[in-house]
Design a protein around this ligand. Structure first.
Ligand code: ADP
Ligand code: MG
Length: 534
């Protein structure tokens, strides 16, 4: 651009004037174009771009002013600087007309060559600057467009990248979801296992996981109750040594052992434990399976106990038999003696009553010890009660307890259909519980009365009673609050009463006493009802 030649138009109708101008202005930077008339000048201007025009005013045909006017009218050339050269028109009027058509300057002939030269140089450098500015504007425009394009590409790239990131995130989320789902499945499998599952790290006895079954087993209300505590807080102190020894050997594989656990509510349960070493997230851990075998253990014990009782029962039966025989002769001879010795009649009566008592008790023992068959008979329930009371009275007295009956001696005939021995077992159990509840002694009230088709028998004691929260547990197998209790008495009672189509209800107030009421269908009424209805 700097080396580009600049066009300068010289306009004069006289050849020699043009030559003179050319001589002054010749320069390696200029390209001088010559025109001999206004018309010719217009043609040049249409064809090329000029930095400056030097024009004679007086010309035949279109004069300088007219030519300038035309040039100014064209948009492309309206700003080209024009220098008028004149010899004649030096009047102000002339000069004014020149300026009004757009002249930039005036040179009066004869002109000073160096002034003209420097004026032209001035315009040329203006023109070049203008060109440069335009060029730069163009470059800036191009740059701006380029930048805009780049920005657009960048934006679309950014959007693409964003979409890509989104897609990848989705993929990851999905994979994660799958992982979570399978983890969730595994978790539920462990969580809902019927066996308690506890996970601990090797060398640690604080579990980092326990399932719901485990929480229930330990009678905890939530996992938090268990999770941050040492397992040894739940293991019975007497079993600590045994468990520690087993755990120390655990590294070499599966171990099965039994011990006792103390639940959060104080219950002691027997458990069978299987602990299996395994790797979890790079840590050596123990997978501990715990199964409650309390009932199993109890029923084992119970069976042993029953076994023992059967043997004892058989023995008792044999002994009772042996006692009854001599008792018969004792009674006979006492009566005989009584008839002969008048003075001590009172003593004789007492002796006979006592011998009869022994006889009743021994008979009861014999009945209870008899092998059990379910054969139902017509039973006078009041009679049964009376016999039982005779049997239990001695034991009751030992505890300072008196048994009081409320159905008087003229027993109405309450007949029920059932098995005498079983019903006796029920009454003995209930009376035994009542006596055991009355540590301070007192009365036990036993009553029997018919209600509709049934007979209701109630046992009212004034013992320690049963707290409301335990009342629902009473009668469940193995529920006992006694050190040497079996927790089976009431369960057996329930099942016997049920097999007689009866009901048994226990009411109790803590500290006040307990009432057990049993309802049994009356046999005769039953028969009558059947007769009437058929
Ligand atoms: P066991 O007598 O061996 O404990 P039971 O089934 O006969 O078993 O009784 C279960 C529990 O019910 C007893 O341990 C006791 O806590 C409670 N219970 C039963 N009868 C009474 C009673 N009359 N008064 C107070 N508590 C009783
Ligand atoms: Mg009992």
């Amino acid at each position: 651009m700097d080396n580009q030649l600049v066009n300068i138009l010289l306009v004069d109708d006289r050849e020699e004037n043009l030559l003179a101008l050319e001589a002054v202005l010749t320069s390696p930077n200029y390209h001088l174009k010559k025109a001999l008339s206004g018309e010719e000048a217009l043609k040049w201007v249409l064809r090329e771009e000029f930095a400056v025009i030097i024009m004679d005013v007086q010309m035949p045909g279109m004069n300088g002013f007219e030519t300038a006017k035309m040039i100014r009218q064209r948009d492309k050339t309206k700003d080209v600087p024009i220098i008028f050269v004149t010899a004649l028109s030096q009047t102000d009027e002339n000069v004014m007309q020149g300026y009004s058509v757009g002249a930039i300057d005036y040179i009066i002939k004869p002109f000073n060559p160096s002034i003209l030269k420097s004026k032209v140089n001035g315009f040329v450098s203006l023109f070049l600057n203008q060109k440069k500015v335009e060029e730069q504007a163009k470059i800036i425009a191009i740059r701006t467009r380029e930048l805009e394009d780049a920005n657009r590409t960048l934006k679309s790239n950014e959007a693409m990248l964003e979409a890509l990131v989104k897609e990848r995130t989705n993929e990851l989320t999905n994979t994660n979801k799958m992982l979570l789902e399978s983890e969730e499945k595994y978790r539920r499998l462990v969580e809902e296992s019927p066996e308690a599952i506890i996970l601990t790290r090797e060398n640690s006895d604080v579990p980092f996981f326990i399932n719901e079954t485990g929480v229930k087993l330990l009678k905890a209300s939530s996992k938090e109750d268990v999770q941050n505590r040492s397992l040894f807080q739940f293991i019975h102190p007497d079993d600590h040594k045994k468990v520690r020894e087993t755990l120390a050997k655990n590294r070499d594989g599966l171990h099965t052992y039994e011990h006792r656990l103390i639940c959060l509510n104080g219950d002691i349960i027997h458990v069978e434990v299987k602990s299996i070493p395994f790797d979890y997230k790079g840590n050596s851990c123990l997978h501990i399976l715990v199964r409650d075998i309390t009932e199993l253990k109890h029923s084992r014990e119970f069976m042993q106990q029953t076994e023992k009782l059967t043997v004892v029962g058989e023995l008792a039966a044999g002994i009772a038999h042996e006692i009854r025989n001599p008792l018969t002769s004792l009674k006979g001879f006492t009566q005989l003696l009584g008839d002969r010795i008048d003075s001590n009649q009172d003593y004789m009566d007492i002796m006979i009553t006592e011998i009869e008592r022994i006889n009743t008790i021994v008979s009861e023992l014999l009945l209870l010890a008899k092998p059990r068959r379910m054969d139902f008979h017509e039973i006078n329930i009041a009679m049964v009660l009376k016999n039982i009371i005779t049997l239990m009275e001695a034991q009751a007295n030992l505890y300072g307890v008196t048994l009081k009956c409320e159905y008087c001696d003229d027993l109405p005939e309450f007949i029920i259909h059932g098995e005498e021995n079983k019903l006796k077992q029920v009454f003995i159990n209930i009376l035994k519980n009542a006596i055991e509840a009355m540590e301070q002694g007192g009365d036990i009230l036993i009553s029997a009365q018919p209600i509709g088709n049934e007979i209701e028998i109630t046992f009212i004691d004034s013992g320690c009673g049963i707290p409301p929260e335990l009342l629902s547990k009473v009668g469940q197998p193995f529920f006992t609050t006694k050190e040497k209790g079996t927790g089976l008495g009431l369960m057996v009672c329930h099942s016997i009463i049920e097999s007689h189509q009866g009901t048994m209800v226990i009411d109790s107030v803590r500290g006040k006493g307990t009432t057990v009421s049993i309802k049994l269908p009356l046999y005769q009424t039953q028969l009558k009802t059947i007769e009437y209805s058929s």
